[in-house]
Design a protein around this ligand. Structure first.
Ligand code: ATP
Length: 223
């Protein structure tokens, strides 16, 4: 990492407004709780989805907007042979180095906000009945939360999160547990929820819960 470089200036881009005359639904939940599974089901029902995690991956994939900035600040050793961010290397750096974490966020957050607004505008123009904004750290970061009309939390016991993430991402129990520790607790999330999707059961149960949520959201009308 180029430690002699100052941290890049924090996002100059204004947060902007996601209020597009549509209900703005926030979807959050801990790692592996099932946010993607729920948003995929709601997308099939016609929801307009903006997934900030997906955007974060896109901007750090090969050719992504964040790559030249990351390369410039952290050095080429953080870019893999395909031209994408070396996630494992960056993850281990930012876990132990707060300055590096802030620098990475100062690069990525403004780009994520910009793309979030662009996609939200596109979905509103295309006639989506509501916008579902998927943000893993919605509660922790504070970004967007003031604009949200209705907060949906995907929830399941931590042990299920651990098992699913170990299986999906090939991480060790210790790695998943340390990610969990850095996130808000289940109780903190549940305390803010307008609706909770319980995802400890089968995918078929999740499908019914998503259908019910979709109907409920369609009943929410923007002022
Ligand atoms: P992350 O926070 O890591 O982005 P997430 O909250 O989006 O995760 P998913 O990716 O939807 O969670 O789910 C985590 C893993 O668990 C995936 O492999 C998914 O297929 C699986 N999964 C989700 N829900 C269920 C379920 N009800 N039954 C079985 N497997 C599930």
């Amino acid at each position: 990492m180029a430690t002699d470089h100052p941290i890049p200036p924090a996002g100059q881009a204004k947060l902007g407004t996601l209020k597009m005359g549509l209900p703005l639904i926030g979807l959050t939940g801990g790692i592996g709780s099932g946010k993607t599974a729920v948003s995929d089901l709601l997308a099939q029902l016609g929801a307009g989805i903006v997934d900030t995690d997906l955007i974060a991956h896109q901007i750090t994939a090969s050719g992504g907007k964040a790559i030249p900035l990351i390369q410039d600040y952290f050095g080429t050793e953080f870019i893999d042979s395909s031209g994408a961010l070396d996630r494992a290397k960056m993850r281990s750096l930012v876990f132990q180095n707060l300055e590096a974490k802030k620098a990475l966020e100062a690069i990525t957050h403004p780009l994520i906000r910009q793309e979030t607004l662009r996609q939200a505008g596109q979905l509103a123009d295309a006639g989506a009945p509501y916008l579902l904004l998927v943000v893993p750290l919605l509660i922790e970061s504070g970004t967007w939360i003031d604009q949200i009309d209705y907060l949906v939390v995907v929830d399941c016991p931590e042990e299920i999160q651990i098992q699913r993430v170990m299986h999906r991402s090939n991480l060790t129990r210790t790695e998943v547990e340390s990610i969990l520790k850095a996130q808000a607790s289940r109780q903190e999330r549940l305390a803010l929820a307008n609706a909770v999707i319980d995802n400890q059961g089968e995918l078929s149960e999740l499908k019914s819960a998503a259908q019910e949520l979709h109907r409920k959201i369609l009943g929410i009308r923007k002022p």
